[in-house]
Design a protein around this ligand. Sequence first.
Ligand code: AMP
Ligand code: ZN
Length: 112
Amino acid sequence: MGDCLFCKIVAGEIPATKVAESDDYFAFRDINPQAPTHVLAIPKRHVPSLNEAEDGPLLGGLVLFARDVARDAGLADDGYRVVINTNAGAGQTVFHVHAHLLGGRSMGWPPG
Ligand code: AMP
Ligand code: ZN
């Protein structure tokens, strides 16, 4: 927690481009966007990864929060992707659980 990049963004200690905020969640633009819209949605509470997540309502609320950000960005009809990379093999590099919201272009499947 003390050294967590995303906790520092929530605390305002590291700058980020905020997209949305609620009591429990924060959304900001990814610094290295992979799509025209690439937003990271996080719980304000520190949870390292999906592996450690025990609070179902917090995780469910995170998905709904990302859905609301997608809707507000005008992505609901065309479609978007919400991704939670979990541990190194899936590409997780920041160990504060986060949902990538990607949209604004067509997406291939399976993901790389
Ligand atoms: P992941 O690889 O799934 O852990 O995703 C971490 C994401 O955080 C990557 O897409 C990075 O581009 C993004 N990222 C890293 N540092 C920052 C930062 N300071 N502000 C915004 N996004 C960041
Ligand atoms: Zn954190």
